[in-house]
Write a protein that binds this ligand. Structure first.
Ligand code: NAP
Length: 259
């Protein structure tokens, strides 16, 4: 399917691996030129080279921590004006509600709420001036149903979701949509590391921990970065211009809700 965005330019944050990489791949497949970002230069350059070779689009790679002011400055300087913004960063660590300090919360808010907001504030004006834009924020299923051990994530992502709900309606009339994609469990390094933590705590092997978690998902498996990226590319397409301020859950049916 031609998504109608060939030749557009996208900034995909935190995209050398995992879900961000899936989004970068799917946008490149749709003919979108990319600015990719991650902290580790080696994996980032390898991902950029693979995408250039596979899809023939232009890819600029910027190794920087997107959750810092300096990192965002470097990424935004390289990006210039973009038509599509995909926000993403690593998730906060698991833990217990009673242990988190003010500093822990500030770090989580910086990474998963204030960073995407700062990127939107920087790039929405250009999209509005040009009369077309797409923003997709990678958040979490924790927005719909809290995950006890990920209280830092529950908190920060709820804040971002509130900001998007209000802002999406203010920019929709200018041809710019903002939506959130809510991953359930996906087969990425993050999921593997969370499984390893559960395995240690419960005296299981990582494979046993994974099997137990898969049994809680009606689809009976983890999602893939490819599936996730395809959903992101659709939200960025010409056909998704009437989708405004939505929170799209990709979780294999894991969260048991009617709406
Ligand atoms: P992942 O496989 O660990 O990949 C994370 C990617 O982000 C890597 O490319 C990493 O590269 C980059 N990154 C991490 N921190 C960064 C930073 N501060 N600045 C720039 N790049 C950064 O993680 P994932 O599973 O794709 O998860 C992506 C997001 O979705 C996270 O916020 C996670 O909490 C959320 N999520 C994931 C799942 C899941 O099951 N996978 C479920 C719900 C929510 P470097 O390390 O080199 O920077």
């Amino acid at each position: 399917m031609d998504l109608g965005i060939r030749g557009k330019r996208a900034l995909v944050c935190a995209s050398s691996k995992g879900l961000g990489r899936g989004c970068a791949e799917a946008l490149a497949e749709a003919g979108v030129d990319l600015v990719m970002n991650a902290r580790g230069a080696e994996a980032l350059e390898a991902a950029a080279a693979a995408i250039r070779a596979r899809h023939g689009v232009s890819v600029t790679a910027v190794a920087a921590d997107i959750t810092t002011e300096a990192g965002r400055r470097a990424v935004l300087a390289a990006a210039g004006s973009v038509d599509i913004l995909v926000t993403n960063a690593g998730g906060p660590p698991p833990g217990l509600w009673s242990d988190w300090t003010r500093d822990d919360f500030i770090k989580a808010l910086d990474g998963n709420m204030l960073t995407p907001i700062a990127l939107m504030q920087a790039l929405l004006p250009g999209m509005i001036d040009r009369g077309w834009g797409r923003v997709v924020n990678i958040t979490s299923q924790a927005v719909k149903a809290p995950i006890g051990v990920l209280g830092l994530s529950n908190s920060a992502r709820a804040g971002l979701t509130g900001f998007v709900a209000g802002t999406a309606r203010q920019v929709a009339g200018k041809g710019v949509t903002i939506n959130n994609l809510l991953p359930g469990v996906h087969d990425t390094d993050r999921a593997v590391s969370l499984d390893a933590g559960v395995a240690r705590a419960q005296g299981l092997t990582p494979a046993e921990a994974r099997t137990a978690r898969e049994a809680t998902i009606p689809a009976g498996r983890y999602g893939t970065a490819e599936e996730f990226g395809a959903a992101c590319a659709f939200l960025c397409s010409q056909y998704a211009g009437f989708m405004v301020g939505q929170n799209i859950l990709l979780d294999g049916g894991a969260i048991n809700t009617t709406l």
